[in-house]
Design a protein around this ligand. Structure first.
Ligand SMILES: Cc1cc2nc3c(=O)[nH]c(=O)nc-3n(C[C@H](O)[C@H](O)[C@H](O)COP(=O)(O)OP(=O)(O)OC[C@H]3O[C@@H](n4cnc5c(N)ncnc54)[C@H](O)[C@@H]3O)c2cc1C
Length: 463
């Protein structure tokens, strides 16, 4: 790292006096980074500022505020909505030096951490105390607590433990003018005034920079059973979901349309234990505490499903290695990139009773609009969340707006949500006004103006 490059402006000079040379990156240390997890988009910023404490960050933001200097916050830069994109006018603030796990407490089942720590590091530390931090994403090795709070990240186990919001008991945030707001509540119950932490969760860094958090932990499950199931039709998928919900230990219900599964089977046949000849593939997971009872519950669920004619074929796994292998089918984003070339991805919520009709309508309209298209669909269906990837040939990126108009038009027609878990960022900003009411948007603008009238923080994000 070339830590010692002299700061090119008086403001950076003053920031350098706060953070020291280790606290500022410039030149190649900036351009070598990407703001996007799937392609190299370096920040345009002259520098990345790396405070080591909330107090340092507070002093930096106070200076930026006085100078009218916009700031973009970086966590692990795994966000897929363009929320980390920084232009030449922005300074980047990275939380990468604020990674302490301050306390894991088995009695209150809480963790107190700095916001730059990764989800995986929190999970590993919690596991040493027999506890689980249940937010679980394919990106957990890089995604940070601050980034997941800012985006209210979901992931694989939402149907059991919820999104990030219910797993955060308290937090600390630094506002645009440098004010440090301590909301480090540790209690399950606390109705003392407005629950201000909720404002920062899911606000994508537009209202404050999250610097610390109190996380809610759960007892660490000791069993994990996974079934990977081929299903002939969508009504059987819904019946399976209803039946799976009667298993207390149900922790994931992931659905892949055949087009998704066929891509994984084509590029990595070893990964796929079932023929790609059925319409749907479902990954059902339970996590519990009783080896015998949990295995029996999964077996009972599968036997009944076979008897009811809901299943064409299935395999099960209970060893860690087998379980991880089956999850690799669902987490095949690198193979999608290989197959689809450039593609536009969507992260929507829709009434699960109509998800098949929704996807069929999207495909039908893509077919009507474009001379060629390739699409894949999959998602956390137990949470109403579908991801769709669309490729229309070499023009895919150039014609992104047209593809979005088709898909988001169908989302509106079905009363769905523009984004289920990835957030608005810069990628969906233009679509936000047509997916919420004018009054809701105006209320958001008022809240943002109250906390950051000068638009210092993540000014191009959300709206
Ligand atoms: C392979 C892969 C799988 C994924 N799976 C899922 C999934 O299942 N579910 C899901 O929800 N997402 C998923 N994501 C998206 C991504 O991991 C999440 O959005 C995650 O929450 C981003 O965290 P981050 O630390 O990388 O934040 P970044 O990408 O750095 O930032 C995201 C946004 O939060 C803001 N931000 C970051 N840190 C802070 C902070 N401390 N205070 C205030 N604002 C901040 C940024 O400015 C930006 O707007 C996946 C991504 C990849 C690459």
């Amino acid at each position: 790292m070339t830590d010692m490059v002299p700061p090119p402006s008086p403001l950076l000079d003053r920031i350098m006096a706060i953070v020291g040379p280790r606290g500022i990156l410039t030149g190649e240390d900036v351009t070598a980074r990407s703001c996007d997890p799937f392609r190299h988009v370096p920040p345009g910023s002259p520098a990345i500022i790396r405070p080591a404490s909330s107090e340092e960050l507070s002093r930096i933001l106070a200076l930026c505020h006085d100078a009218g200097q916009p700031v973009v916050t970086h966590g692990g830069r795994t966000g897929v909505a363009g929320g980390a994109m920084a232009g030449t006018d922005d300074l980047v603030v990275s939380l990468e030096r604020m990674t302490k796990i301050i306390e894991i407490d088995p009695v209150t089942q809480t963790a107190i951490v700095e916001a730059g720590v990764t989800i995986e590091a929190v999970q590993n530390a919690a596991a040493e105390h027999g506890l689980l931090y249940p937010i679980d994403l394919g990106s957990k090795g890089s995604a940070t607590v601050g980034g997941t709070i800012a985006t209210n990240a979901g992931g694989n186990r939402v149907l059991r433990w919820g999104m990030t919001r219910p797993n955060v008991l308290g937090l600390e945030a630094v506002l645009a003018d440098g004010t440090i707001v301590d909301l480090m509540n540790r209690f399950l119950k606390n109705n003392t005034g407005y629950d201000l932490k909720q404002l920062f969760i899911g606000s994508e860094g537009t209202l404050g920079i999250v610097t610390r958090a109190v996380l809610r932990l759960a007892p660490l499950p000791t069993t994990q059973n996974v079934a990977f199931i081929a299903v002939p039709d969508y009504s059987s998928v819904l019946e399976l979901l209803t039946s799976a919900r009667s298993m207390q230990q149900l922790s994931a219900f992931e659905v892949m349309w055949r087009d998704y599964y066929a891509v994984i089977a084509k590029h990595d046949p070893q990964r796929c234990p079932l023929a790609a000849d059925q319409k749907y593939y479902v990954l059902v997971e339970t996590m519990g505490m009783d080896e015998t009872a949990d295995e029996q519950a999964m077996q009972g669920f599968l036997e009944k499903a076979f008897e009811d004619g809901l299943i064409a074929d299935a395999v099960t796994a209970s060893s860690l290695k087998q379980v991880q292998d089956l999850w690799r089918i669902r987490e095949g984003s690198e193979l999608l990139v290989k197959e689809m070339g450039p593609f536009i991805s969507f992260d929507i919520s829709v009434d699960i009773r109509r998800a098949e009709e929704f996807v069929d309508t999207v495909y039908h309209q893509l077919d009507a609009q474009f001379s060629f298209f390739k699409a894949i669909s999959f998602g956390h269906l137990g949470d109403s969340n579908i991801h769709i990837g669309v490729h229309i040939g070499p023009d895919t990126i150039a014609r992104e707006a047209e593809i979005e108009d088709v898909v988001y038009g169908v989302v509106r027609q079905f009363g769905g949500a523009l984004t289920a878990e990835h957030g608005i960022g810069t990628a969906k900003r233009d679509h936000l006004p047509s997916h919420i009411t004018a009054q809701a948007l105006e209320t958001m603008v008022r809240i943002r103006n109250a906390l950051d009238a000068e638009r210092i923080l993540n000014r191009k994000m959300m709206f």
